[in-house]
Design a protein around this ligand. Structure first.
Ligand SMILES: NC(=O)c1ccc[n+]([C@@H]2O[C@H](COP(=O)([O-])OP(=O)(O)OC[C@H]3O[C@@H](n4cnc5c(N)ncnc54)[C@H](OP(=O)(O)O)[C@@H]3O)[C@@H](O)[C@H]2O)c1
Length: 263
């Protein structure tokens, strides 16, 4: 099982607050997500952690009446990794998202204090109950992914979400090769390095933007997507979402991907 095309989704960190609920941007966030959906950006990435649950409520309102258009990813936080807590967390997410299934449920962050075997048994149970269509992990090392998979009886980890952008490249050493070798889909979070990439000019990005008749932001996103990695930028601005969506439908040449990689 693989994530759907297009390999550009929408992040939600900050929608409805960051670490705590903040209702200030509810309407603009719902509108932004609906706008992205109407452009065909199906993949929406959220987590029980975000905005103390309000981000999931916002996503639930954005997809109301159009559940099938969306591919919903949510995540269980690292304080909820015991068997019963995982199940409770998943039910909480489903309720806030106002849906009866998640397309992909991720273990948000590993925790040395929680037994991974319990976590993964609970994740598999959610699949068996049809509450979750697929499972994955986030911020795991290859060794931990291997261990997590070993606790699953008949379910495969289908995706790994990790930080990846032109400035943060650690995943290239082990994580990306491991996932490719094990047919695990790759999801890059912070594709704009939390906005750092959108705020500074970069000579090579400018040069390639001219060459492809695109913006530097589109080059930065396409660099990820062209490597068959899903990018999930967060944006609450329709102009930015439109700009990001235009990173689809064309590809940087392998030579230019490499130039950016080695720059
Ligand atoms: N699994 C994990 O542990 C984990 C960790 C971090 C993040 N994530 C997920 O990954 C998503 C993306 O990461 P992120 O939100 O931290 O950072 P990001 O997507 O790299 O950057 C978001 C910032 O970029 C701006 N932006 C987006 N498109 C733009 C454009 N075309 N032009 C100019 N600015 C633009 C946004 O502002 P505007 O809203 O004004 O456009 C926002 O300030 C998160 O929202 C979350 O869903 C997952």
């Amino acid at each position: 099982m693989h994530l759907p095309q297009p390999y550009l989704g929408m992040g939600t960190w900050g929608m409805g607050g960051t670490w705590e609920r903040n209702p200030d941007n509810i309407d603009v966030s719902i509108e932004a997500l609906r706008f992205g959906l109407s452009l065909g950006l199906k993949i929406i990435d959220v987590a029980e952690l975000y905005g103390g649950g309000l981000s999931e409520e916002i996503v639930g309102r954005a997809i109301a009446g159009r559940r099938e258009e969306a591919y919903l990813i949510s995540k269980v936080w690292k304080t909820n990794l015991r068997y019963d807590d995982v199940l409770r967390a998943a039910h909480g997410s489903l309720k806030r998202l106002n849906t009866d299934y998640l397309d992909l449920y991720l273990v948000h962050w590993p925790s040395e204090e929680m037994p991974l075997s319990e976590t993964m048994r609970a994740m598999e149970h959610l699949v068996d109950e049809n509450l979750v269509r697929a499972i994955g992990v986030s911020n795991f090392s290859p060794q931990l992914m291997e261990e997590a998979q070993s606790y699953l009886k008949h379910t495969a980890i289908i995706a790994h979400e990790f930080e990846y952008n032109l400035l943060t490249r650690e995943a290239e050493h082990e994580v990306i090769p491991y996932c490719r070798a094990h047919d695990i889909d790759l999801i890059a979070y912070r594709p704009f390095a939390k906005g750092a990439l959108t705020q500074h000019t970069n000579v090579l990005l400018e040069e390639l933007a001219k060459k492809y008749d695109k913006t530097p932001n589109q080059i930065a996103l396409n660099w990820i997507i062209s490597q068959d990695i899903v990018a999930i930028p967060k944006s609450s601005s329709e102009a930015h979402i439109k700009e990001n969506a235009d990173a689809l439908g064309w590809e940087l040449s392998p030579q230019d991907i490499e130039r950016l990689r080695s720059a």
